[in-house]
Every structure is written in C-alpha cells, then in structure tokens.
Design a protein. Sequence first.
Lengths: 108, 108
Amino acid sequence: MARTKTKIPPACCTLKIAGKEQEQLVSMLKALGNPIRFEIIKFLVTHPGCITGDIVEYLPIAQATVSQHLKVLKDAGWISGVIEGTATCYQLDEINIEWFRSVVGEIF
Amino acid sequence: MARTKTKIPPACCTLKIAGKEQEQLVSMLKALGNPIRFEIIKFLVTHPGCITGDIVEYLPIAQATVSQHLKVLKDAGWISGVIEGTATCYQLDEINIEWFRSVVGEIF
DNA sequence: CTTGTTTATCGTAAAATTACGATAAACCAT
DNA sequence: ATGGTTTATCGTAATTTTACGATAAACAAG
C-alpha cells in the first residue's frame, strides 16, 4: 500500500552497465577497496615484474597473507603473474586496468 | 639474506596518492565493491531524490539492511541524504563522485 | 492526543574476509 | 641426490561484513 513515490528529476550522470561486465567491475572495485591490496598495486606501479618476496619484504604482513592478497588481485584482473624458476614475477594487467579506467570514466 | 631483487623496468602508469586521500579513495572503492550497493547507486542515477522506501521496494532485501547499506555509501561519500518530513531523500554526491572519477582517471 | 508512516538503530546470527603458522611443491645450486 | 629458496595452499582463529527482526524516534494526518 505504501506508494510514496517522489517525482523523478533528470539523471545527473549515466551508469549503463549490467550483467557480466557489472560483475567484473564490482569485483575489481572490491579487490582494490582494501588498504593492503591498494598498497600492493602502488608498489607494482613502481616495481613492475618484481617477485612475491619483494612485496613480502615491503609489507608488514606474513608471506601467506601476501600470497592470498595477490590471488585476489589476480582473480579480479588487476595483476598477472609469470612463474620464473621458483619465483613468480607480478605485474599490472594493463589491459584490464585500461578497461576499468575507461568504464569508470564513462559511467559517472 | 634473501635479496633476490629483480631489475626494475620503467613504470607503466602513475599512482601518486597517499595518506588521507588514499584512505578516502579506498573507502569509496570498498563501498562500491558490493553488488547490492552498486545496484543502489545505479538506482539513484535514474531516481535522484528518491526515498529509502523506494529503494527498499526495488531491492530484494530487508529495510534494515538497505538502511545499513545507505549508511555505508553515505559515510564513503557516494551519496547524501536530506530528511524530508518522516522520509529521507537520497541523491548522488556529485562533488565526491567527480573527485573519484578524476582521481581514477589520473591514476592509472 | 492517537494512529499510521517512515526510517535509523540495536541486538544478534550467519557468512565472508583477513591473518597466521605449517606444510608441500617446484626449482636451483652444489 | 641433498640442501636451500621461493611461493602457493591448507587448516584455523579472529575479525568484519551482511542480513534480519524488533524497536524507537520523528513526523503527518485525523
């Protein structure tokens, strides 16, 4: 019974996204919306191709936790890892990042 | 003793943000990195100034939960609410959204 | 003043996230 | 082969998030 609809002004901006693309965007937002993971991305900007151990050295958290965060960032599409011998070299996934930036730029 | 530093290629992009601004950005990313809250923002784009009840009607979750999500979005700076009698009218916080968009645009 | 409407908050349960140590797998060097 | 590195994964504890019903506050209408 409650039907107190308010008058609807014109939209101030657009947000044309849905389905799989929206899921991907939300996943990237969620992954980056964590202080530690944001720091990892910051570190990777200035240290592209560095290995897990470098990030572990840099951060005040355990190696297992760093590895877990790297997995979240990888699954969300922020980074990619290349196995080099016993180490893994990480770098930003520039394709996905470009997509993220363009979507955010278009959307709001 | 472990010091396996890899050679550092030039940075592919910039990420000049720190301190309070970084906290604000991470907070906004985290808030939007949730499917329900993303839907709320989408709804507010096409229904600016609508009241809580409209959002509750639209979403498949309880009123208390919607109110909680609205609080998260408000605290993060995505929206603002104006009390109008017994109802609360919500709209996008265009200033903060513009800031978010420009920061994301500059950063990556 | 009483009744109905709207929304935020409280208390709480369930689920997800975050953190760690321990371990195993994969590789390199000797 | 053996021993030393590096990293992902497992198991698990602690914390945070998400969800709900119930309740209270604030207001409008009669």
